[in-house]
Design a protein around this ligand. Structure first.
Ligand SMILES: C[S@@+](CC[C@H](N)C(=O)[O-])C[C@H]1O[C@@H](n2cnc3c(N)ncnc32)[C@H](O)[C@@H]1O
Length: 228
């Protein structure tokens, strides 16, 4: 059987601004775009990006919980993942992170920056949303970013869930949607990629798969770019 990270549910762990920057090739942004981070969880992207002059709103179903509750849950998830890492270390490329210890330190840095910012700005910046349903307005954002939510969790989230979520994001996003990675938890290209490419409901969109410079999970070095 193929090795993979074993998760009962979608994990509550977060990545940093630098990781998002490289995953989504953000060099082309000029700071004027209104950005939505979809299922942003305990990532520090929103906190760090806003400090650097970007305009980012974060959204996740966990934002209805208190900072304390979120912190307890993400500590548990991080411990559970770090315990599994020695068994599955060969599924990953150890360039950005030298070893499991430095991975753990980065993930802790991310969630601590997030918790600090969440305590400060609350739901003004961190909007509780349970996808696929949102209360955002039509074209409220210019760009939506999805990191480690769709495709990766194809075992947990059906094709219909993927499709309805993307359709909702197309309603609330005026320019484009970027999704990273496009592999599942086994590091294999998600079967939903082809389904989306062939789905006639997405026929009027420009959908491309672009190589990016970030790769932690082996083969996880491509993002899906959907342009309206
Ligand atoms: C692996 S984390 C990714 C966090 C962040 N995007 C990153 O890459 O660092 C996945 C996130 O998806 C969130 N999530 C799962 N199902 C969701 C749903 N239906 N609506 C909103 N958020 C959801 C979880 O709460 C969790 O924070």
């Amino acid at each position: 059987m193929d090795k993979q990270l074993n998760l009962k549910n979608i994990a509550l762990i977060g990545r940093t601004f630098e990781e998002y920057y490289n995953m989504f090739d953000l060099d082309d942004l000029n700071g004027n775009e209104i950005i939505l981070d979809v299922a942003s969880g305990v990532s520090s992207f929103c906190a760090q990006a806003n400090r650097q002059g970007f305009n980012v709103t974060a959204s996740d179903k966990i934002f209805s919980l208190s900072p304390y509750e979120i912190e307890q849950k993400c500590k548990q998830d991080l411990d559970m993942i770090i315990k599994q890492m020695p068994e599955i270390a060969d599924l990953f490329v150890w360039n950005n992170f030298k070893n499991i210890e430095s991975l753990k330190n980065q993930r802790e840095k991310a969630y601590k920056l997030f918790i600090e910012d969440f305590r400060k700005y609350g739901t003004r910046r961190y909007v509780p949303v349970e996808y696929p349903v949102t209360n955002f307005g039509n074209d409220q954002f210019d760009i939506s970013l999805l990191s480690h939510f769709l495709f990766l969790y194809e075992e947990h989230l059906s094709y219909d869930f993927h499709k309805i979520t993307i359709l909702e994001l197309l309603r609330i996003t005026s320019k484009e949607i970027r999704i990273f990675p496009i592999v599942n938890l086994k590091g294999k290209k998600s079967g939903f990629i082809e389904l989306i490419m062939r789905d006639k409901d997405f026929g009027c969109l420009q959908i491309s798969i672009n190589r990016v410079r970030y790769e932690f999970m082996k083969n996880g070095n491509e993002m899906m770019l959907i342009k309206k």
